[in-house]
Design a protein around this ligand. Structure first.
Ligand code: ADP
Ligand code: MG
Ligand code: MG
Length: 923
């Protein structure tokens, strides 16, 4: 004997110790102890399971303990195990610390044999039921405990039905079933070489071992892998031995399942189904259709009263919505299981708020019981819940939400058709920054290449639009303007539906339900804001984005990326002019035009965010991102040459040919005409040379700008230092916009942030520009608007130098995407496409550091930077922008190391608000 205690009666087991007793067992104990009506029984611990699995035999002394516990159960139930007159039957039920529905085994009616069946007939007065119970028990026991496949039993069943002309199981008589039970026992004998165990204790021993083994069954292992259930979360299954109660003892008996509140809507009324005169399995087997519990009030008022009492006691005890199983035996209600109810997001939020109002729980619990990530369901449109269609293909769930629209294969067409009021889905192999105008008009984006962090995915998430990326089953033919998925060919203009929450793509229009920011959600998030210490800002680049972020409860803009403004169709040519300028004057002319535009942009954003801070980041990406690629230009130039030659050939087509062979001439001329189509205007004005020349000039510039490692190249503050006029223009635009707003009486808090800073000197230089321009704007506009100056921390060196940086910077913002790349020396795309998956598979890394903030490396750098920075400037504001800012686990970390705010895309703001509150509450 070891000192471990393997057996706990329901009367004394610790209801809080789910690791030891499993969820089902712990709750059976707890329910018994608070006086709910649970059939007598006991739990065999998960430790016993682990010992069994390790030694491949039941632990010493276990069965003696079981015997003693069974004696107690006999006393409590007033029945005897193995007795022919008044037999005790039990269920042997699995149950681990984590709910794994249907993954492990349960055996019912154990203790039945050829002699106890007589007692069962006497107890129930139902011969047919007793024989049916026995034959089911033999089959279940045979399958689970002895490993005999169902098909052997099913074959006997089918033969029997044929023999007596029964269409269904229910048509079989008691004699037929008794006969079947004998046949089943013979099947067991044939497969095991031993007779079916008649001795109930032998049955019990075999069943306990079998349930233990089901912990390591393939189903259970796969499930744990899929849902990342580690041994720290659940280790081994407990076994619950529970006195059988019978719901099929007449019209005052029954069985059912219930939720204390509606798990789909959260409404505060009992929800569930029941069957009169039936066993639990009948509900599962679908032999009869259960009725809603509401009907019980008429049909069995006394039982209904007991059920409502059970419901109330469960909720007031657990302070949580419960999902429970019950059985009624001759007018008496038994509770067989309870656990916390799984609910959709809507129901979770509603019950949280209502349970506080009912004083069942406090606000703290209300905030903690909602998983922030689930809120996403409520913030984006979803496919209609009753839709179960088959998808055409499945890609990656890159940006949540569902959308339908007509397929369009390029951004220009998307813009044109979208502006004309059509709903469209932009479908591309992959997207590039210059496709941005297409995004604005699209309902959703579908790409056949690229991961969850591809351009399409990141931009779509930022805009809160659904996106499915990397849907490799789709083969796009841009030329033919069609796409092929397996057997299906889709043409431009065909309607499809994408679900960015699941990655699925459907043909045609699937009905969707709109997002609803319910009153309950507002209330819950208001409570969250009251608790949270971290502020939640949004990443927003346009006035529309800003307004939307504000509606989601953003407390400011933590990152406004100016390059997004540069990319829209009306600005891009000016930006290109600026880049291609050969003289300072030319460049200044382009910048002057951009100044006007940017000033208006910033004004719009400041207005939308009046009263709240707006952090504008100066230009970050390398210049060549605003130009076409060299390959594309080369192609265009070649095409232009070809067209030019066609025009020439057409002009020189010999008149004689027309006379000699008019048909051939016509064919030739038509061909050439077609080739030179679109060139008419050039042709008439002899512009083709100009166009070609211009493209060649751009190509030269593109080649000159090309870099080996553009992400580590000439970008961010490095641009600001080498082309001071660009940053100066932006700074001036920000300050003037703020001044203009202030003059209109709006309270604005502009903040200027410098990207890619590595040295203190860089920051000082740009700070110099800001100070100088601040004076200029004050003089020219006659108003002094406050402005904060700060730095991104996304370069390792900057983190190490943060103490000195803080002399100039009034705030820092961690750019954890770049900082992660720099800390690991991983280029993100290469890492995610090539080796990261195998790193994670083989356990070198636990998670993708671009998705889950790497606390041990990147996190340490952040901690250091915060500490050193605050030594210089105690009130230093520090935040995080970039994707990690919207993830609950990262938010917890940011809270712990004392950040001031997190900034994330608009639709994630509510998620972050709740996570920020939880970070404070979990402390
Ligand atoms: P699962 O975890 O798959 O739900 P359970 O152990 O809860 O498995 O049992 C399966 C079914 O058998 C449920 O409907 C349950 O209510 C019923 N059941 C289990 N034990 C008993 C019992 N002692 N008396 C009557 N029904 C039982
Ligand atoms: Mg159950
Ligand atoms: Mg960056």
């Amino acid at each position: 004997m070891t000192s471990k205690r393997y057996i706990h009666a329901f009367e004394e087991g610790d209801g809080k110790n789910k690791m030891l007793l499993g969820g089902k067992g712990a709750n059976l104990c707890e329910m018994t102890q608070i006086g709910l009506n649970v059939p007598p029984g006991f739990v065999i611990t998960t430790e016993a399971c682990l010992d069994y699995l390790e030694k491949d035999r039941l632990p010493d002394g276990l069965m003696q303990g079981v015997l003693a516990a069974m004696k107690e159960v006999e006393k409590k139930s007033g029945k005897l195990f193995g007795d022919a007159k008044n037999p005790l039957l039990v269920s042997v039920r699995s149950g681990s610390a984590m709910s794994m529905p249907g993954m492990m085994d349960t055996i019912l009616n154990l203790g039945l044999n050829n002699s106890t069946i007589k007692g069962l007939i006497a107890q129930t007065g139902n011969e047919r039921f007793a024989h049916d119970a026995l034959r089911r028990f033999i089959q279940l026991f045979g399958k689970i405990a002895l490993g005999i496949a169902d098909e052997h039993f099913d074959a006997a069943m089918t033969a029997m039905k044929r023999q007596v002309g029964a269409a269904q199981d229910v048509d079989l008589s008691a004699e037929n079933l008794a006969d079947l039970a004998n046949q089943f026992a013979a099947i067991v004998q044939k497969h095991t070489g031993k007779p079916f165990p008649e001795d109930p204790y032998e049955q019990l021993e075999i069943a306990i071992a079998a349930v233990f083994r089901s912990w390591n069954g393939k189903r259970a292992i796969d499930y744990r892998k899929q849902f990342r259930i580690t041994p720290a979360m659940a280790n081994g299954t407990a076994v619950n031995i529970v006195t059988m109660v019978f719901g099929n003892m007449g019209d005052d008996s029954g069985t059912g399942v219930g939720f204390t509140r509606n798990p789909g809507t959260g409404e505060n009324i009992i929800y569930g189904e029941y069957l009169v005169n039936a066993q639990g399995e009948d509900v599962v087997a679908g032999i009869r259709t259960p009725k809603p519990v509401a009907e019980m009030e008429q049909e069995m008022p006394e039982i209904y009263r007991q059920l409502i009492e059970l419901r109330n006691r469960l909720e007031s005890h657990y302070q949580e919505v419960q999902d429970f199983e019950f059985t009624i035996e001759r007018g008496r209600l038994y509770c067989l299981q309870t656990r916390n109810g799984k609910m959709n997001a809507r129901a979770l939020v509603r019950t949280s708020v209502e349970m506080v109002k009912e004083e069942l729980i406090d606000k703290k619990r209300a905030l903690l019981r909602v998983d922030p990530v689930m809120l996403e369901q409520l913030l984006v449109p979803q496919l209609a819940p009753d839709f179960y269609g088959k998808p055409l293909a499945t890609g990656l769930p890159a940006s949540p939400g569902a959308a339908s629209g007509r397929i369009v294969f390029d951004a220009d067409t998307a813009e044109a058709r979208g502006k004309a009021g059509e709903k469209i889905i932009l479908v591309r192999e992959e997207t590039k920054p210059e496709d941005i105008h297409g995004f604005f008009q699209a309902q959703g984006i579908l790409t056949s290449r690229g991961g969850k962090t591809s351009h399409a995915a990141v931009v779509a998430r930022g805009m809160g639009k659904p996106c499915v990326s990397g849907c490799e089953a789709i083969v796009i033919n841009d030329q033919a303007r069609s796409a092929v998925i397996g057997e299906t060919t889709l043409h431009e203009g065909d309607v499809i539906t994408i679900d960015g929450s699941t990655g699925r793509v459907y043909a045609g229009e699937v009905p969707t339900v709109e997002a609803t920011f319910s009153a309950e959600m507002e209330t819950l998030l208001k409570w969250a804001d009251e608790v949270a210490r971290l502020k939640v800002m949004a990443n927003a680049d346009t006035p529309d984005d800003a307004a939307r972020a504000r509606a989601f409860g953003a407390m400011g803009i933590g990152l406004c990326r100016t390059e997004r403004m540069f990319n829209s169709t009306d600005r891009l040519p000016i930006v290109q002019e600026m880049i291609l300028a050969e003289t300072t004057e030319e460049r200044q002319a382009a910048l002057d035009r951009l100044l006007t535009i940017q000033r208006a942009d910033f004004k719009g954003i400041f207005k939308a965010m009046k009263g709240l801070p707006v952090t504008v980041r100066l230009l970050d990406p390398p210049m060549h991102e605003f130009l076409p690629t060299a390959a594309q230009l080369e192609l265009e130039i070649a095409h232009l040459h070809h067209m030019r030659d066609s025009i020439k050939a057409l002009e020189e087509l010999p008149e004689t040919l027309k006379l000699l062979n008019p048909r051939l001439y016509q064919q030739y001329a038509d061909g050439l005409n077609k080739l030179s189509m679109g060139m008419k205007e050039f042709k008439d004005n002899h512009l083709e040379e100009d166009v070609i020349h211009k493209k060649e000039k751009i190509l030269k510039k593109v080649r000159a700008l090309s870099e080996v490692n553009p992400m580590l190249g000439h970008r961010g503050v490095r641009l600001g230092i080498t082309y001071p006029e660009i940053y100066s223009m932006q700074i001036q635009a920000i300050l003037e916009a703020a001044a203009l707003c202030a003059r209109e009486g709006l309270v604005v808090y502009p903040e200027i942030m410098v990207p890619q800073v590595a040295t203190v000197e860089e920051l000082k230089r740009i700070h110099g520009y800001v100070q100088r321009l601040h004076k200029v704007v004050e003089l020219t506009h006659g108003i002094n608007v406050g402005v904060k100056f700060g730095s991104m921390l996304e370069v390792v060196r900057a983190c190490l130098r943060s103490g000195r940086m803080a002399e100039d910077a009034e705030f820092f913002s961690f750019g954890t995407n770049d900082l992660t790349q720099a800390t690991f020396s991983f280029s993100r795309e290469d890492a995610e496409n090539k080796f990261l998956p195998s790193y994670i598979e083989t356990g070198i890394l636990q998670d993708n550091p671009f998705e889950v903030l790497d606390l041990k490396g990147v996190g340490e750098l952040m901690k250091l930077a915060v500490t050193e920075g605050r030594k210089t400037r105690p009130d230093l504001k520090v935040g995080i922008c970039g994707e990690h800012g919207g993830h609950p686990a990262s938010i917890h970390f940011c809270h712990e190391i004392g950040l001031t705010y997190v900034s994330c895309s608009g639709p994630r703001v509510p998620i972050a608000r709740l996570a920020a509150a939880q970070a404070q509450l979990r402390k």
